[in-house]
Ligand binder design. Structure first.
Ligand code: BES
Ligand code: MN
Ligand code: ZN
Length: 490
């Protein structure tokens, strides 16, 4: 699929599908729209009347134009009130248009949407993202499929002439989102700690990143007892993955991104029971997926920022070698942890990853983790929780997410709740009471960061969706990649 920044006015555009955005209650056919209606023998006016199309948000209409017309299908999308237009509205409109164009078997598509806040650059990016992400399909695990070939070949962005660079940028970003989706959607017998490390190595090879894979013995030498405790029951070797992007010249800043990389979470001996969603626990590397998706995008975008991409990858399994509930582990900063629940394993792997990142001398660390069901209870499936003691980093992340449609809500770091993690035998337990479970998880992580400004994102909800919605299809969403990219570039 090729995008073109088109200088053809919509009145003169010809092709399979022409899509036009309308603001609410301003569905008047004046100016070039009157000419367009005339050119289409009144079909535009007819479509608006017949469908009672008013330009309301999340509404659309489509029809066929007569066979002699230079445009075969006409698509209208509602954008809501003009003064309330958000960038993500355009991304969602583009997604809706792309889905209609696919349904209508269009090979070529012209998209005419308004420019958001006099910013053709951001507008172009949002439209390309909406189309690319909505039309993404993953047939890797199907033997055959109905719609393997996508008919849509050509997408013209009408009114966005000269925006080639923005198109290029958006395609680099969506390539990262797609990688994250592929990694999350793949089952645990396809994405393992070994293949996750290979993915990182392939990214390094293809885009010129540095890669370092710490094997079990290397992690032992660093004293990563928390990470290795989680890994010890698995038949697969743990892999501590460290990818680095370094710009040419002196970096403007240095950042670290850490992703929870549990390629499967059985719960360990505190095994997840029936109805717990254990069969979904391939998604427990959603943080790592976002991290490597961001790496793929950043490596192509080449900002003047040094970025470390880290994941302590393993499975949480059961076997005769499994940690017992109640075992005490020692993390690489020397702190001891009583594992009162083996299903709170993500924070154990993150503990050693945070200690590692803290020693890199970066300006800020962000971790993303499918960490707690409690965060999903608090914020639902669409919103990630954000914890940070550093208002700067917290606000940077909120700002980075602002226009992406990736929702983040800041949560409290209620220090008092750390009482719930007090242990009689060790420095702390890994699990507190049920109430406030996502907060105690964040407080636990905080024990492993000394000086570096740090933020934690609990992404247990938004990395997966059961239903198609907007630019997401049912399945993995690739959540986090676009926010991370914006954060790095900011
Ligand atoms: N990977 C899970 C959290 C999770 C839940 C991710 C739902 C995605 C969807 C995590 O390792 C876990 O098991 N957390 C426990 C913590 C508890 C034992 C303190 C939980 O949330 O129940
Ligand atoms: Mn768990
Ligand atoms: Zn987990």
């Amino acid at each position: 699929m090729e995008f073109r920044a088109s200088d053809t006015p919509r009145l003169d555009w010809s092709g399979d599908g022409l899509a036009i955005g309308f603001f609410e209650d301003t569905v008047e056919l004046t100016g070039d729209l009157a000419d367009l209606d005339q050119k289409f023998s009144g079909v535009l006016q007819e479509l608006i009347a017949e469908t009672e199309f008013k330009g309301k948000l999340n509404t659309n209409a489509a029809t066929r134009i007569g066979s002699n017309s230079p445009v075969r299908k006409l698509i209208l999308v509602g954008l809501g009130k003009a003064e309330e237009l958000e960038l993500n509205t355009l991304r969602l409109a583009a997604a809706a248009i792309a889905r209609l164009a696919k349904k209508e078997k269009c090979k070529s598509l012209g998209i005419s949407l308004p420019v958001w806040q006099n910013n053709p650059d951001a507008t172009t990016g949002a439209i390309v993202e909406g189309v690319e992400l909505a039309l993404y399909q993953d047939h890797r695990f199907k033997s055959e499929s109905e719609d393997k070939v996508l008919l849509l070949e050509q997408v013209d962005l009408i009114g966005l002439a000269g925006q080639e660079a923005a198109i290029d940028r958006a395609k680099k970003i969506t390539s990262g989102v797609k990688l994250a989706r592929e990694l999350v959607a793949a089952p645990a017998n396809a994405v393992t700690p070994i293949t996750l490390a290979e993915t990182a190595e392939n990214l390094a090879k293809e885009y010129g990143l540095n890669v370092e894979i710490l094997e079990k013995e290397d992690c032992e030498k660093l004293g990563m007892g928390a990470f290795l405790g989680v890994a010890q029951a698995s038949d697969l070797p743990p892999k501590f993955i460290h990818l680095t992007y370094k710009p040419v010249g002196t970096p403007r800043k240095k950042l670290a991104i850490i992703g929870k990389g549990l390629t499967f979470d059985s719960g360990g001996l505190n095994i997840k029971g029936a109805g717990s969603g254990i069969e979904m626990m391939k998604i427990d590397m959603g943080g790592a997926a976002a991290t490597f998706g961001a790496a793929k995008a950043i490596a192509q975008l080449k900002p003047d920022v040094e970025v470390h991409f880290i994941s302590a990858a393993t499975e949480n399994m059961i076997s005769g070698r499994a940690i017992h509930p109640g075992d005490v582990l020692k993390a690489s900063n020397g702190k001891t942890i009583e594992v009162n629940n083996t299903d709170a394993e993500g924070r154990l792997t993150l503990a050693d990853a945070l200690v590692f990142a803290d020693k890199l001398g970066v300006d800020a660390i962000v971790d993303l983790a499918t960490l707690t069901g409690a965060c999903v209870v608090a914020l639902g499936d669409d919103i990630a929780g954000l914890w940070s003691l550093d208002d700067n980093v917290a606000n940077q992340l909120l700002a980075a997410a602002q226009t992406t449609g990736e929702k983040i809500w800041r949560m409290p770091m209620e220090e008092k709740y750390f009482d719930g993690l007090k242990s009689i035998v060790a420095d702390m337990k890994n699990t507190g009471p049920r109430a406030g479970g996502s907060i105690t998880a964040a407080l636990f992580l905080k024990q492993f960061v000394k000086e570096t400004p740090w933020a934690h994102l609990d992404v247990a909800g938004p990395v997966w969706t059961e239903k198609e919605s907007g630019y997401n299809n049912a399945g993995a969403t690739g959540y986090g990649v676009r926010t991370l990219v914006n954060w790095v570039l900011s």
